[in-house]
Design a protein around this ligand. Structure first.
Ligand code: HEM
Length: 459
């Protein structure tokens, strides 16, 4: 009945296994341990049992049972310093989660997402122009430019603010603060007991980074409030400031709005930029997929600037993005917890215990996917979608706590991928490049440098 796993040491539990793990990513770690211990294994971390269950049968057992809901697992708990009871880091039963969810959902409906199209195009054009101007001999760090793109896009669409990252040598200061804070939030759970208070410099930097991100959020709110009502756009921020919860009639508090802004600035760009970066790498290494994608774009767009209506016709790009998220789920894990004592795969689990679903393992479960390591966008062809069982592909999480920004992310990524394919011939700056992955809670290709030769100049 006991959940298998490596034997914990007195006091340290399994902390050393985590610290010394030679794996590149948490997904590789989980895959290795699932191979050793089976579908469910557990580690003792900080005196708490952390359960991992990532195979489809077990994920289905949890996700199909309303007893299970989102757990704010350790790294997210750390990030509450930044995101508080904002949507991403709120506990499932916190009143501000329901309030903000009901109030903000309409901003992610079909009509609202469509309204973001001109701003998405505006920022995408900036990146295209930059790549065109660089010319074919300049090395472009894909993840860095995709971060500029997605950060500027969420800031403009949601808050009507221009970060102008493409006009600056250095990334926006928000990005540096965020990356450091995400790395630190992830590292805190893996430190030996008693070490954290001794890391005076690290702790000071963490506080400073969070203060900076909150200040950026506060400045955005202050600038908006200073605008005359007639000049205020009808965007996500305006909803936060003026709308009421349809259920209770309550508004969001000042502090909660600050948490939501910080949350959206992070959640709204970090994972989409990883998705676009992995997609570019996949296209560069799969010539037949690249050729089909380009044909699709050429047939739909030709030389035209994309219009919103074109997106629905770029179905093959949607398939590429979905397959990219299968093999590179850029938010690689989510956690669930049962509200009452229950069992999982026949093992008892106490109420409130955390179970981690590692998406790189779920998305390669051979019980579901044939040739799981092969990149094949046709898995997501409309006529084959019925073959994918429920809960087998979950890059956007689960249930009521699933990603609110999914349509936003897919619209933005489809548009950008289409414009890249329409306008450039891409090549790896180093033809011998072997991709490695960097993990800061989310995943990105490391040091992916490309060159871009213009096929069609910007309109
Ligand atoms: C939640 C993935 C893009 C905003 C989540 C969760 C996942 C996820 C897995 C659930 C986390 C959990 O259960 O702990 C992704 C991926 C994206 C993406 C892979 C892009 C490819 C976006 C965008 C936005 C956004 C563009 C905003 C515009 C959020 C928010 C939540 C969330 C606010 C919390 C929802 C709630 O709990 O109510 N995302 N996301 N995400 N995402 Fe995304």
């Amino acid at each position: 009945q006991n959940i298998p796993g490596p034997k914990p040491l007195p006091l340290l539990g399994n902390l050393l296994e985590l610290i010394r793990a030679p794996h590149e990513t948490s997904g590789d770690f989980a895959e290795d341990y699932h191979r050793r211990y089976g579908g469910v294994f557990s580690l003792d971390v900080g005196g708490k049992r952390m359960i991992f269950a990532s195979h489809h049968a077990l994920v289905t057992e949890m996700c199909s049972d309303p007893l299970w809901s989102k757990a704010v697992h350790d790294p997210l708990e750390q990030l509450r310093d930044l995101g508080g009871d904002g949507l991403f880091t709120a506990y499932d039963d916190e009143p501000n989660w329901g309030r903000a969810h009901r109030l903000l959902m309409p901003a992610f409906g079909t009509a609202a997402i469509r309204d973001y199209f001109p701003q998405m195009l505006d920022i995408a054009e900036q990146m295209m122009l930059r790549w065109e101007r660089f010319g074919p001999d300049h090395d472009i760090d894909v993840a860095e430019d995709m971060t500029r793109l997605t950060l500027d896009t969420i800031a403009l669409c949601a808050f009507d603010v221009r970060f102008n990252s493409f006009y600056s040598e250095q990334p926006h200061p928000f990005v540096g603060a965020m990356v450091r804070a995400l790395v630190e939030a992830g590292a805190r759970g893996e430190r030996l007991p008693g070490v954290q208070p001794l890391l005076v410099g690290t702790n000071r930097q963490y506080r400073a980074d969070i203060t900076l991100m909150h200040r950026i959020a506060d400045d955005i709110v202050t600038a908006r409030i200073a605008k005359p009502p007639a000049e205020r756009p009808d965007d996500l921020l305006e909803r936060m400031l003026t709308a009421s919860d349809p259920l209770t009639g309550e508004r969001l508090s000042e502090q909660n709005i600050r948490y939501q802004l910080a949350t959206f600035l992070i959640a709204g760009h970090e994972t989409t930029s990883g998705l676009l970066s992995f997609a570019v790498h996949r296209l560069l290494t799969q010539p037949t997929v690249l050729a089909r994608a380009r044909l699709c774009v050429d047939q739909v767009l030709g030389d035209r600037t994309p219009a919103f209506e074109d997106l629905a016709k770029l179905g093959f790009l949607g398939q590429i993005l979905r397959e990219t998220l299968r093999l590179h789920p850029t938010a690689p894990a989510f956690a669930l917890t049962p509200s009452e004592p229950t069992t999982l795969g026949g093992h008892p689990v106490a109420a409130g215990e955390h179970v981690l679903v590692m998406l790189p393992v779920l998305h390669r479960d051979p019980a579901v996917w044939t040739d799981p390591d092969t990149f094949d966008p046709d898995r997501f062809a409309p006529e084959r979608m019925g073959e994918i069982p429920e809960y087998a592909w979950m890059p956007f999480g689960h249930g009521a706590r699933a990603c609110i920004g999914r349509p936003f992310a897919l619209q933005e990524a489809t548009l950008v991928l289409a414009m890249i394919l329409q306008r450039f011939d891409l090549s790896l700056a180093d033809p011998g490049y072997r991709m490695t992955v960097s993990e800061t809670l989310t995943l990105k290709p490391k040091d992916l440098l490309i060159r871009t030769a213009t096929r069609r100049p910007a309109a």
